[in-house]
Design a protein around this ligand. Structure first.
Ligand code: NAD
Ligand code: UD1
Length: 336
């Protein structure tokens, strides 16, 4: 079986390629390296001892995608390719709509042309907006406060319409909570360009000395210690969820959404303390003002992924922090 992985050189994509290769799938990656480097895929090959097929191509490039489908018999697609910086999406909404939505539509059209109707899509817990916690798949979605989140919601809706029009499609919408951590080899991990927006890469860069101080965004929320609560999930657990979802889409038809989280909420201070324990370093941080758009607390009810996909997260925050630190110390300047 051959799986096309869009955005396969990225953070979650690269870890998923490792799991796919280890499980015996043939893997074809398409990435334009907008937010990644080709070396990541060499490292995936080093970790697994197996090779994958790589195409440098933008998913908005219809001819390029058609060539990939013509040259390979693709059985299913895992679609990671997209832009993901929330703040940037508010400044550059058209870039996000163009890249994420137009890119997805071109991909779905090419899939249809080549009669490949099986897809796992990277969605986000952000589609739930302000709902009661824990989030469940049956809750209404779409009350989203930024263009990035809206692209995820719209693509979910588009795939819903695609399935309604043609019941031969088989679609899994994976709603990720907060992926952190790295492969335990330390060869691949999260390596954002510029100053990180997200908590864990920011912490790691403060700990390694590349950034002077972490600002905790808000210490006055109505939570156990005043800081925001999130559902952090080890990226390897998340990658394994894709294996379960691929198996599901290969063996049936339909469209389903799944929460992919631990089902446990940790505060920002919990993460800081776990990271200090894992790294043996005292982290320089201050409590600052709230970040616009942040919700006080959310976490997953991941029961559906367990019952229908047979998936469950295995790793806790200590392992997430240990693996992040291992990756950071082995790649202090990131992956070149
Ligand atoms: P990432 O930026 O590390 O990976 C995305 C990859 O897609 C990159 O390698 C990038 O170069 C590539 N890409 C982007 N636009 C492309 C295009 N037009 N054509 C070809 N390649 C393109 O991000 P990630 O953290 O691995 O996230 C993967 C997916 O999961 C994204 O769709 C993201 O929105 C979604 N997601 C991520 C998180 C998270 O916290 N990391 C949470 C929820 C959902
Ligand atoms: C963010 C996005 C979300 C996206 C997800 C994964 C926002 C508002 N939400 O989620 O749409 O799906 O990333 O890409 O950006 N924090 C600090 N200091 C920092 C950075 C973060 O205190 O320097 C706090 C945040 O306030 C939050 C927690 O750490 O409480 C996690 O933040 P982050 O990693 O950015 O993830 P989310 O905000 O949950």
């Amino acid at each position: 079986m051959t799986i096309l992985v869009t955005g396969g050189a990225g953070y979650i994509g690269s870890h998923t390629c490792v799991e796919l290769l280890n499980a015996g799938y043939d893997v074809v990656v398409v990435d334009n390296y907008y937010n990644s480097v080709p070396e990541v895929l060499n490292r995936v090959e080093t970790i697994t001892g197996k090779s994958l097929k790589k195409y440098e191509c933008d998913i908005r490039n219809r001819e390029g995608l058609e060539k990939i489908f013509a040259e390979n018999k693709i059985d299913a697609v895992i679609h990671f390719a997209g832009l993901k910086a929330v703040g940037e999406s508010s400044r550059l909404p058209l870039l996000y709509y163009e890249n994420n939505i137009s890119g997805s539509v071109v991909l779905f059209e090419v899939m249809e042309k080549f009669s490949c109707k099986k897809i796992v899509f990277s969605s986000s817990a952000t589609v739930y907006g302000n709902n009661p916690i824990p989030y469940q798949e049956t809750m209404t979605t779409g009350d989203v406060s930024n263009p990035y989140g809206r692209t995820k919601h719209f693509i979910e809706q588009i795939l819903g319409d695609v399935y309604t029009a043609d019941n031969e499609w088989s679609i899994s919408l994976l709603r990720y909570f907060n992926p952190i951590g790295a492969h335990e080899s330390g060869l691949i991990g999260e390596d954002p360009n510029g100053i990180p927006n997200n908590l864990m890469p920011y912490i790691a860069r403060v700990a390694i000395g590349r950034l002077p101080q972490l600002t905790v965004f808000g210490g006055d929320y109505d939570t156990k210690d005043g800081t925001c609560i999130r559902d952090y999930i080890h990226v390897v657990d998340l990658a394994k969820a894709h294996l379960c979802a691929v198996d599901k889409v290969l063996n049936g038809t339909g469209i389903e959404a799944y929460n992919i989280g631990n089902g446990v909420g940790y505060s920002v201070l919990d993460i800081i303390h776990a990271f200090e324990k894992a790294s043996g370093k005292k982290l320089n941080y201050v409590i600052g003002g709230r970040r616009a758009g942040d919700l006080p607390a959310f976490y997953a009810d991941a029961t559906k992924a367990n019952t229908e996909l047979g998936w469950k997260a295995e790793y806790g925050i200590d392992k997430m922090c240990e693996d992040t630190w291992n990756f950071q110390t082995k790649n202090p300047e990131g992956i070149k």
